[in-house]
Design a binder for this molecule. Structure first.
Ligand SMILES: C[S@@+](CC[C@H](N)C(=O)[O-])C[C@H]1O[C@@H](n2cnc3c(N)ncnc32)[C@H](O)[C@@H]1O
Length: 258
């Protein structure tokens, strides 16, 4: 896919500087907006710097930051409901977590909230467009709830491939290593993931990748997939799913001692 960075119409100097900086850091060419016609024509994806954040226009689709289900989940936790991550992991206050598949960063935001001020979240995203949009979104003030914006800002996003990152990671670097790859068979209900799917990397997990995750994690490796996914093919025997849910979690509890 051909990608170009540009700005909204009639940009001020600040937007142009931002566009040029993104062009340099992401290694994507910058073209001034007045030189571009219709953003939805052709097979080019236009990453547009606007005052409200980054938006990617691709054919008739638009990808922009939103925290997906994270806000609902965090409100639920605050009201005393148990989140699926707590059901699986228990109390994770102060944990260091590697989210290998950032996507919209919704899971990262829930991890950040649950691990609290002494926790740390590193989130990897291989796709440049998703990385740029979501890492910019996490820095903003999406929520009216200041604490949530603070937890979003605590997430450290990196434009990296998880296989490479994990392979270069020292043993026992994170308490939890988490994977939520694109499902081979998408769940139709997840319409919020539709625009993400256009850009997302789609490789499958293997036993070898899980083994690298086990080396890097101190306590848990967790994998999310659809309910019918065969976790045994990646060496995972413990699974958990809520009765009404289409998704299932594969869980490896590591007994490495302190
Ligand atoms: C299902 S989405 C993750 C959704 C995310 N958990 C959330 O809450 O928004 C999967 C994401 O992982 C990314 N991805 C896939 N393979 C990757 C890899 N090898 N390294 C890093 N990111 C990858 C995709 O581009 C996509 O954005």
């Amino acid at each position: 896919m051909n990608i170009i960075i540009t700005t909204a119409q009639r940009p001020d100097d600040n937007l142009i500087t931002k566009g040029l900086n993104y062009s340099k850091s992401l290694d994507i060419p910058f073209i001034p907006r007045e030189k571009i016609g219709n953003l939805s024509k052709g097979t080019t994806a236009y990453l547009v710097v606007t005052k409200e954040g980054l938006v990617c226009h691709y054919q008739n689709h638009k990808l922009f930051y939103h925290p997906s289900m994270a806000m609902l989940r965090i409100k639920g936790i605050n009201n005393g409901n148990e989140d699926i991550f707590t059901t699986i992991c228990g109390d994770i206050k102060g944990f260091s977590i590697l989210d290998c598949t950032m996507g919209f960063g919704a899971d990262s935001l829930v991890w950040s909230f649950l691990s609290g001020e002494n926790g740390s979240i590193t989130a990897l995203e291989k796709n440049k467009i998703i990385y740029a949009i979501v890492s910019e979104g996490l820095k903003g003030n999406y929520s009216k709830w200041k604490e949530i914006n603070d937890f979003a800002r605590r997430i450290k996003p990196l434009n990296e491939d998880y296989v490479q990152f994990l392979s270069n990671c020292p043993t026992n670097t994170f308490d939890i290593v988490y994977f939520d790859p694109m499902f081979d068979i998408p769940i139709e209900k997840s319409s919020h993931l539709q625009p993400l799917r256009l850009f997302a990397e789609k490789g499958s997990l293997t036993k070898e990748i899980i083994n690298i995750g086990k080396r890097v994690a101190k306590k848990l490796v967790i994998v999310k997939n659809n309910r019918n996914y065969d976790f045994s093919k990646i060496g995972i025997t413990e699974t958990f799913s809520k009765k009404s849910s289409n998704v299932k979690y594969g869980i490896i509890r590591l007994n490495k001692g302190e």
